[in-house]
Design a protein around this ligand. Structure first.
Ligand code: SF4
Length: 319
């Protein structure tokens, strides 16, 4: 497992020390269908202010998400808990790597305050990987879920977790807190793991999703991948079958965008028609819901999609 432990925690340090000496990768110009909208609206500024006032990190900013203008105008921010520094070193990811600071015990309260101020009906909570913690941060996820439930009892909660690799009982701890949606991203096809997600194991991630359903068959499960990293179409179709074997309900597929020249290169920009073909095939394979488009991200339109997910299950159960 590749775990980056850089004991210099200052923000003056390079954001990705493990990538600093890598050769630059080429950057392909973006096609016309990848459009990033910049927002200067009041609602965007209000979302940013609430995030700052509560000293929160968001994956929207840390991952340089292309949808931030649209999402923050609607006050949809995805909180990234347990700090801004990750102990893994994925080749696609823009989140800072190194040795993280100790957990902030105020964070669950601050997240709950922000969710209430933003008036979120559905919130997505994700985190950095915390291989340095004995439970991988499982109890902190629980504390955040419980704090939100106290202040905003009607808000539905979706968590997007790390893989809790070698963290015994971490998954059971988080599932027992009963989030409404449990999301864990496979990110890419197994053939590319060593290059793209070297600290993770494909079958461990798949098994994690399967175990969620075994622990609580009523919990919605969700996973996502990026395309354009060099995967073959047949490999994507096999991954869909793998996720269905793990009884995953909801699949998201989006275009990989390269954060810098030190990150994995974009091998291809997948055409919107190919995304639509993936969506149809995945639905035919039995997913309750599939979101596939160039700008699809795990948390993009998550609230609306949760309503669709519930409706799809009701229809499936004939109620
Ligand atoms: S898609 Fe998700 S990560 Fe991106 S801006 Fe929207 S809420 Fe944030």
């Amino acid at each position: 497992m590749v775990t980056v432990l850089d004991n210099r925690s200052s923000k003056d340090q390079p954001r990705h020390p493990e990538k600093a000496n890598r050769p630059d990768t080429p950057i392909q110009p973006k096609p016309s269908w990848i459009r990033v909208r910049v927002s200067t609206s009041n609602e965007y500024a209000k979302t940013r202010d609430i995030v700052r006032e509560n000293a929160l990190n968001t994956v929207c900013e840390e991952a340089r998400c292309p949808n931030i203008g649209e999402c923050w105008e609607k006050r949809h921010a995805t909180m990234m808990i347990m700090g801004d520094t990750c102990t893994r070193a994925c080749a696609f990811c823009n989140v800072r790597t190194g040795l993280p600071a100790p957990l902030d015990i105020q964070e669950p309260t601050n997240v709950a305050l922000a969710v209430a101020k933003l008036g979120l009906e559905h919130v997505v909570i994700t985190s950095v990987d915390r291989d340095d913690l004995a439970d991988g941060g499982a109890q902190h996820f629980v504390n955040v879920i419980q704090a939100i439930r106290v202040r905003s009892p009607s808000t539905t909660i979706e968590i997007l977790t790390p893989d809790f690799l070698r963290k015994k009982s971490a998954l059971e701890t988080v599932v027992a807190a009963k989030p409404d949606v449990f999301n864990h991203n496979l990110e890419t096809v197994p053939a590319l793991y060593l290059k793209i997600r070297p600290g993770a194991r494909y079958f461990h991630s798949l098994r994690l999703l399967q175990q969620v359903k075994e622990l609580d068959p009523t919990m919605f499960t969700k996973s996502g991948i990026m395309v354009g990293l060099g995967e073959e179409r047949e490999q994507v179709l096999q991954l869909m079958d793998d996720l269905r074997s793990a009884d995953v309900d909801f699949l998201t597929i989006g275009q990989y965008l390269q954060p810098s020249r030190k990150h994995a290169e974009v091998k291809s920009y997948v055409h919107p028609q190919e995304f639509e073909a993936y969506r149809r095939i995945a639905l035919a394979k039995g997913f309750l819901l599939v979101s596939a488009s160039p700008l699809t991200r795990s948390s993009y339109h998550a609230g609306e999609d949760f309503e669709r997910l519930r409706a799809a299950r009701r229809q499936q159960l004939g109620s």
